[in-house]
Ligand binder design. Structure first.
Ligand code: HEC
Length: 200
């Protein structure tokens, strides 16, 4: 009987502990999902260089930065985890695509550059030139938004190649009124009857 009670207590607290862990730092881990604040004006027009979202070489260079292989003083993985699973409490979990899809490339870049006040996330702009900040972001986004790129016109993450900007680079803002359609499969987006002189 006594043993039973003892065992039950352990079980109870064990389970309570586990659920606390889940609530505190499990897969959502970081409290309710809230959209980040908008970037300050000096970052609002910064965007990933053309072609970099899909560039495996860039992504690999970003990984080297992320894990501290390029510069031992810059080791994002020491908090955010090599595989994207945070190893320091409170570090952003980039695997959480529900949250990360709320970050534009500009916000992401701003945060890497300037850090997040009153947190362990410090500014990196003095240690990382702009290019390196974009590279590390290109890698970081593979944890939760792999195969996606940020469409600066639609203001959402779309499958690579589907972005308005890269697809219709230069054309006069002919953004198709794809209003509320959430991420249509790429082939369907072929429609546009704009036979601009090409036979194909
Ligand atoms: C000392 C630990 C630590 C290191 C090293 C670190 N971070 Fe962070 N990072 C954090 C924490 C903690 C947060 C969460 C801040 C908050 O509460 O908004 C965070 C958040 C972020 C965010 C999201 C910001 C937001 O507004 O939610 C990005 C992006 C990010 N880090 C990128 C990086 C990159 C890139 C590096 C390496 C160059 C890096 N971090 C290195 C601790 C770290």
């Amino acid at each position: 009987m006594k043993h039973m009670a003892w065992f039950q207590a352990v079980l109870f607290f064990g389970v309570a502990g586990v659920s606390l862990t889940v609530a505190g730092c499990g897969e959502g881990g970081e409290g309710p999902i809230v959209a980040p604040p908008p970037p300050p004006p000096e970052y609002a027009d910064k965007h990933m260089p053309a072609g970099w979202w899909a560039d495996e070489k860039i992504i690999e260079e970003g990984r080297q930065i992320f894990i501290g292989a390029k510069n031992i003083d810059v080791n994002c993985a020491s908090c955010h985890g090599k595989d994207g699973k945070p190893v320091k409490a409170g570090a952003r979990d980039f695997r959480n695509s529900e949250r990360m899809k709320l970050y534009s490339d500009s916000v992401w870049f701003w945060r890497i550059s300037e850090g997040v006040p009153n947190t362990k996330m410090k500014p990196w702009k003095s240690k990382l030139p702009e290019e390196d900040r974009w590279k590390v972001m290109a890698f970081e986004r593979t944890f939760g938004l792999k195969g996606r790129e940020y469409d600066v016109v639609k203001k959402e993450w779309v499958p690579i190649g589907g972005a308005t900007a890269s697809g219709a680079a230069g054309t006069d803002g002919t953004a198709t009124p794809a209003g509320g359609a959430p991420a249509p499969p790429p082939p369907a987006a072929k429609a546009g009857g704009k036979g601009a002189g090409g036979g194909k």
